[in-house]
Design a protein around this ligand. Sequence first.
Ligand code: TMP
Ligand code: MG
Length: 217
Amino acid sequence: MSTVQRGAFIVIEGLDRSGKSTQAALLQSRLQNANVSVKLMKFPDRTTPVGKMIDAYLRSQSDVDDRTIHLLFSANRWEAVSSIESTLAAGTTIICDRYAFSGVAFSAAKGLPLAWCRSPDVSLPAPDLTLFLDISPDIAKSRGGYGEERYEKEELQRRVRNIFHQLGDELPKDGAGRWAVIDAGRDLNTVSESLWHEVAITIHDCTKQDSVGKLWQ
Ligand code: TMP
Ligand code: MG
């Protein structure tokens, strides 16, 4: 009988235009080159029926009540849980572009109570590592494409950033489930090197643990 070591669950978080998607793709190809089985995921996943409602909302093609859209973002994660669990169990590492921290940070920044925002995401699979790409909202704003979607406004992004830091401060800085702050205002290659360093530590540590934890419980 062969025992498969589980994959690592790695989340990348940050403000809009912080470079998450670019860095996630770079990380994916670096892991592939190192012969690590890897899958890229992204939330919101706009391809599902729930994701299509979220997409219409973000592009201001529909208006949805704040609490309702919050629960749809959470549902969009819950509908992926069995796929996350089976992927990790099969030994594939997941690089996930946004997760529940975005869910809480954006809705709480709009004025919903933080504890209320957190509760629907409690007990989702917990990331082994969350990489927070930290960037000042004015640098993010100066990057291309900013302002196209609903939340891409400097004042809101400022509040979002504060809540991200608050959520990260609750998590350990080392070991399982840790939160790593990465200065994303630097050039692409320097940021990519920092991420690679953090990811290598986590993939190494993960081989010692059997199953993924549960978020916020
Ligand atoms: P994206 O630009 O990464 O596709 O994300 C779309 C927007 O949705 C972005 O402004 C962050 C926001 N968001 C939430 O408000 N709640 C969530 O749960 C997630 C995953 C994203
Ligand atoms: Mg965006």
